[in-house]
Design a protein. Sequence first.
Length: 340
Amino acid sequence: MILITGAAGFIGYHLTKRLAESGHEILCIDNINNYYDVDLKYSRLAALGLKKCPDEINAGSLVNSALFPSVRFGKIDICDTQRIAELFSNNCFDIVLHLAAQAGVRYSLANPHAYISGNIQGFLNILEAAKQNPPRHLVYASSSSVYGLNTKTPFSENDAVNQPASLYAATKRSNELMAYTYSHLYNIPVTGLRFFTVYGPWGRPDMSPVIFARSIIEDKPINVFNNGNMKRDFTFIGDIVEGIVHVMKNIPVKKANEAAPAALYNIGYGKPVPIMDFINTLEKTLHKKAAINYAPMQKGDMIETWADCSALERDTGYCPQTELSHGIQQFVAWYKDYYK
């Protein structure tokens, strides 16, 4: 059985659907918090055949998917120490795919406590439960933000990551250290995945693709920070999911010269795109020009992200391959349909 945390989230939804279509038995959880529109989260769950779970739902209840018989969902918070412990003790998880976290770089500037609670305490609960009931493989979401103020590109897993530019990045780097520690102490195979600027259908409304598309359609100006002098390694959601699927099958083993069965991989397209080129691609797909409002650099932002995915390709045989223009077309088609 596979446990997926954060299943109502952007990546969690797509991953659950991908694995459900392959016939895997899945137990998925999410606390459905209000960091962004909960209706979008419920819509993702509905697309998985899971009925809308009202706020009054008992935290211990699991609902079955009407679309995928092998999928069950529970509205469960990873910060609920007792409930997470019970979840692991009452089920035998072969693989744990931990995606639940408090996301957002700028939000961390004003709401730091949410990140310590969700990203540190919540992950600790997962690790403690895994210690008591070890899965064959624990895969968890990290982020390209851990590279912080690094200037050497492309970013490699071998680079030092000691200069986070936001608390969000600091919590994700902390997750990597926590996972390694538990892997070393309790021989739990763990793999961390550093995702690079994920976009595509069902994307989060606080991320630039949705913000940009909405602004263009509604004739509102787009705020482009650092006066447009930024690059992002935009990675299509389908590539992210396929990367996770390949990684989860590649269980790390402790080698003679290593202290833990632990691994880290970048998952990114490997081609940084100037932010203005991304906007231009959106304009062409939407057949509409954007109004641009150039603004100074924001606190917590990175000027450029660029993934070196050679380790991922070497160890799993997989490398992201969706061209930006194709990914944008799929994103825009979904956006127009969902927000019509």
